[in-house]
Design a protein around this ligand. Structure first.
Ligand SMILES: C[S@@+](CC[C@H](N)C(=O)[O-])C[C@H]1O[C@@H](n2cnc3c(N)ncnc32)[C@H](O)[C@@H]1O
Length: 216
């Protein structure tokens, strides 16, 4: 549900995106970012934020002395990200590109992070993106994904659909945004050699953080 409305905000009002996403995730987005910063970021790492949007995570990584590159397909979202860093001494590179064909060297990043993006893509694009993430990661590098997920409990699932279906209708009518799929990330990640180090659920299992370590 949240992903649908987020996409609506990105497309119609990128300047309000921060407010909308923080509201829709009931502040969990920042909580997830802080968890990631504390547990996984270390000084001098090279990090790629794939689908960086307005650059909030790049800003957090930057403050932790991590060198980041932000990539996003949307010029408008990147403009918001650039405004975030305007006037600062250090301005992390922000590049417009699709994450399905990354303009980066193989095995160059310690961390690739992709938050709230994959539900906006069709299956082939998700598979292409995962392949790109793996190629760009160093051996033992970490892939961190935060994406919408389907709760295992039936009750939570019913509640989830009660909210998701009206949200889908709103998005379809006002922004012609197609229904967003929920992918079985565990199954998709199996196509690449590695191991899940952490799987953590938020918002009644509607959001999941996957931390995957590349092993070859
Ligand atoms: C919901 S926003 C998430 C932004 C950010 N990662 C965050 O956590 O707030 C989704 C972002 O994915 C970007 N996006 C969608 N498809 C993309 C693609 N194929 N390549 C790169 N970025 C893409 C959108 O432009 C948007 O900025």
């Amino acid at each position: 549900m949240a992903t649908i409305l987020m996409a609506l905000a990105e497309k119609k009002v990128p300047s309000k995106y921060e407010w909308v996403i923080n509201f829709l995730t009931l502040g969990r987005r920042v909580k997830i970012y802080k968890h990631i910063r504390k547990k996984y970021l270390q000084e001098n790492q090279l990090l790629l934020d794939a689908g960086c949007g307005t650059g909030r995570f790049v800003e957090i990584a930057d403050a932790s002395w991590v060198s980041s590159l932000g990539i996003d397909i949307s010029e408008h979202m990147l403009q918001q990200a650039k405004m975030r860093f305007r006037g600062r001494k250090h301005h992390p590179p922000l590049i417009q590109s699709s994450i399905t064909a990354l303009p980066v060297r193989a095995e160059s990043f310690d961390i690739v992070i992709c938050t709230f993006v994959l539900s906006e893509l069709i299956l082939q694009q998700v598979q292409d993106s995962l392949k790109e993430f793996y190629t760009s990661l160093k051996k033992d590098g970490l892939l961190l994904l935060v994406t919408e997920s389907k709760p295992e409990s039936k009750m939570k699932h019913i509640f989830f659909n009660c909210i998701r279906i009206p949200a889908f209708l709103v998005a379809k009518i006002f922004a012609r945004i197609p229904k967003h799929p929920i992918y079985d990330m565990k199954a998709l990640l199996k196509a690449h050699p590695g191991a899940i180090l952490e799987q953590k659920s938020y918002l009644g299992e509607h959001l999941t953080l996957f931390v995957y370590e590349k092993t070859s």
